[in-house]
Design a protein around this ligand. Structure first.
Ligand code: ADP
Ligand code: ZN
Ligand code: ZN
Length: 687
């Protein structure tokens, strides 16, 4: 009798075993998508192993096979296992994240299983024709050298960091390396941190690779993603796939190269739900498993990555000049405290930024304003008594949005809504203060909507576009915003961190960084690193082709060393200073961190469970290696009270011991009757 172990794309602990009926046995193979009964329901599941054994009548029968070919390759299963172990979650959670939703829909799949033959995937792109050879870019001397050095570095280490200033032409270097890999018959995965980037790169790479390129991101329909997945298992597999974070889960037949563009980006890390993985780190593991080369690219490498390069674990290649001899932008710091004191501020834009932007727009150039908060204002408050609307489910004040769903011109313009940026709940704006009855609420602080409104007043002739989560809900809206700005239909782009990530616009002369303080004062040990990266990146959007760009950085803390490092574009000095702190306080990359999150609908339960957890762990850890439990900055989200414990381990320590310890402690706590309903999970290498 054949038995099969399967994993369900659910948060179950281990695998489940089923009997394989004689009719199915000849076809069942590892990696296949099948349907199995669990209690009174049916689920899709992936077969992870099969064996011959005595009949076990306590086991239930597998119901059916969904598709005639395995959907998941053995090395993917190996990766899933590694991820579950490293990131401390269940294989089912990894499977859930890995598989497109459609594969998990047992009803649809059951209907599909009823069909005998499998249709050929009909995945087709927003198709671009490749340019003829002679119209393509010739690499500059510096780029040629970089290509050669990367090749040499790969001979020694499988992972190489390409550290190239913004607009040095890293993408052109990637293109050459991809061409070489494809010529060898290898497949290439090109990872980007942001969907907005796939839009630009689709056009740019499409000109070279045309129909050889597949695209993978969350705004594609489920069917498109299922089709791409299936296609990658056939002889028609795309040799090149451009994708966001979750593309690390795709099947490969002969992967030779992984490019991780903007490797420092935080969005490579999945925060919620599990697996809380970092796509860059997973990429290096895939590289190792499949013996593929990995290239990490950035103008502002993560401290972890740069340290690995310095220690010789990664190869290291630089591009120090912008392509075409274009100068790095000039960064001017505006001291907002000073300007305010002198009463020189009549809008959120300093006089200098106002003037430079006016000039640029008048001369047919463009500007980008970066404000790292969406909505109109982050806080509303009563004029008389200071009452502030808060989310009833979370410990945060509500963000005031003027435009419904972020779109202008829709029905509710003017009245607006209050939104919780943590749980997504929306509320009506109260007509009067529930505490004192005053009818006047003031909006405090700035979000992108308010910046957009202010820009309309200050630059009445500008063609303004806002780009944030609210204006990019659909895939088309992304593409439209980017192509409109690229074509000059719009000339002033106001946006959140979305506008910082590697976009390439030719006519941006001015970049305004508004309220840089928000980032600089975040209560997190990575605040300066993030600020350095984000602000240098957004500055890098300026003056990429036609003449030197100008960046106006507005802050009330111009004296901070990190601000000076940004202004001088001095990564080395920034790195040296930051590493001193990290060493002193034992933070990554000088140590590893695991956060333990303890959540409960009851504050007292969360508190007790976190205390017990900490007390259990402390004897096994060095003094100072367990911090907390503490209430995080936002201590209640979606009705769950939160506590957090920070665990530090040696950067070189074997990770298995500490994991066993943490899992054991969790197991004990969740079984305590008086701590019922407590939810404990781990975030490994948090960012
Ligand atoms: P990075 O990825 O380093 O920010 P890009 O690859 O986007 O830089 O290059 C910046 C700009 O310079 C782009 O508009 C690109 O088309 C142009 N560019 C870079 N290298 C070349 C080249 N060899 N030939 C022509 N244009 C180039
Ligand atoms: Zn009031
Ligand atoms: Zn909320």
């Amino acid at each position: 009798m054949m038995l099969a172990d399967v994993i369900l794309p659910l948060a179950l602990q281990g695998s489940l075993t089923y009997r394989v009926p004689a009719t199915l046995a000849p076809q069942v193979r590892v990696g296949m998508l099948v349907i199995v009964p669990v209690r009174r329901k049916h689920y899709t599941a992936i077969v992870i192993s099969t064996r011959e054994a005595e009949d076990q009548s306590t086991l239930r029968d597998m119901t059916s096979i969904v598709e005639p070919l395995p959907l998941v390759r053995p090395e993917q299963l190996r990766l899933w296992r590694w991820m579950a172990q490293y990131y401390m979650c269940t294989p089912g959670e990894v499977a859930k994240a890995a598989l497109p939703a459609g594969f998990k829909d047992e009803e649809k799949m059951a209907r599909r299983a009823a069909k005998t033959s499998q249709s050929v995937p009909d995945f087709t792109l927003p198709t671009v024709k490749p340019l003829p050879e002679q119209l393509r870019h010739q690499l500059s001397e510096a780029q040629e050298t970089a290509v050669q050095q990367i090749g040499e570095a790969w001979d020694k280490t499988p992972v190489v960091l390409l550290h190239g200033v913004t607009s040095s032409g890293k993408t052109e270097v990637y293109i050459r390396l991809i061409q070489e890999a494809l010529a060898r018959g290898e497949q290439v995965l090109y990872l980007v941190p942001e969907i907005a980037l796939t839009t630009q790169l689709t056009t740019r790479l499409g000109k070279v690779f045309g129909e050889q390129m597949g695209i993978w991101h969350s705004k594609f329909t489920d069917k498109q993603r299922m089709d791409l997945w299936r296609r990658q298992l056939t002889p028609e597999a795309y040799p090149l796939v451009l994708g966001v974070r979750s593309a690390v889960f795709l099947p490969w037949q002969r992967l030779g190269l992984i490019i991780v563009d903007e490797e420092h980006e935080q969005s490579y890390k999945q925060q919620d739900p599990a697996p809380r993985y970092h796509a860059r780190d997973v990429a290096t593991v895939i590289g190792q498993m499949l013996q593929a080369h990995v290239l990490l690219g950035s103008a502002t490498p993560a401290l972890e990555t740069y340290t690995n390069a310095k220690q010789g674990k990664y190869g290291y290649v630089t591009l120090t000049q912008r392509y075409g001899g274009v100068e790095m932008p000039e960064i001017v710091v505006e001291n907002m405290k000073e300007l305010k004191r002198k009463k020189l501020l009549t809008s959120p834009f300093s006089p200098r930024l106002t003037e430079e932007t006016r000039d640029a727009l008048r001369e047919g150039q463009q500007a980008i304003f970066f404000q790292n908060r969406r909505g109109y204002s982050p806080v509303l408050t009563c004029r008389s008594c200071g009452w502030t609307p808060k989310c009833t489910r979370c410990d945060v004040s509500l963000t005031f949005h003027k435009a419904k769903d972020g779109y202008e011109g829709t029905r509710d313009m003017g009245r607006g809504t209050l939104r919780c940026h943590y749980c997504g709940a929306t509320y009506q704006v109260p007509v009067k203060c529930p505490q004192c009855g005053d009818t006047e609420l003031r909006d405090i602080g700035y979000g992108t909507e308010k910046i957009e409104a202010a820009a309309k007043a200050v630059f009445p002739d500008a063609r303004i576009q806002r780009m944030d989560l609210d204006t990019t809900r659909s895939r088309r809206s992304y593409e439209e915003i980017i192509t409109d700005f690229q074509a000059g239909k719009k000339n002033l782009l106001v946006g959140t961190q979305m506008v910082t990530k590697g976009l390439d616009f030719g006519r941006v002369r001015v970049v305004g960084i508004l309220h840089a303080d928000q980032m600089l004062t975040q209560p997190d040990f990575r605040a300066y690193e993030r600020s350095f990266q984000m602000l240098s990146q957004v500055a890098g959007r300026a003056g990429r082709r036609s003449g030197r760009g100008r960046v106006i950085l507005q802050t009330s803390q111009p004296e901070l060393p990190v601000v000076q490092h940004i202004v001088r574009n001095d990564y080395e000095a920034f790195y040296a200073q930051e590493m001193e702190e990290r060493q002193l306080f034992r933070y990554p990359p000088c140590a590893r961190i695991i956060y333990i999150y303890v959540k409960s609908p009851k504050d007292q339960v969360a508190e007790t469970a976190a205390r017990v957890m900490a007390d259990m762990l402390r004897p096994y850890l060095q003094p100072g290696d367990l911090l907390g439990p503490e209430r995080p900055y936002v201590a209640r989200v979606s009705l769950q009270y939160i506590r957090r414990i920070m665990i530090k381990t040696d950067a070189t320590a074997p990770p298995t011991d500490i994991r066993r310890l943490l899992m054991g402690a969790r197991q004990y706590i969740v079984q305590q009757p008086d701590l019922k309903g407590v939810n404990i999970y781990f975030d490994v290498d948090p960012v």
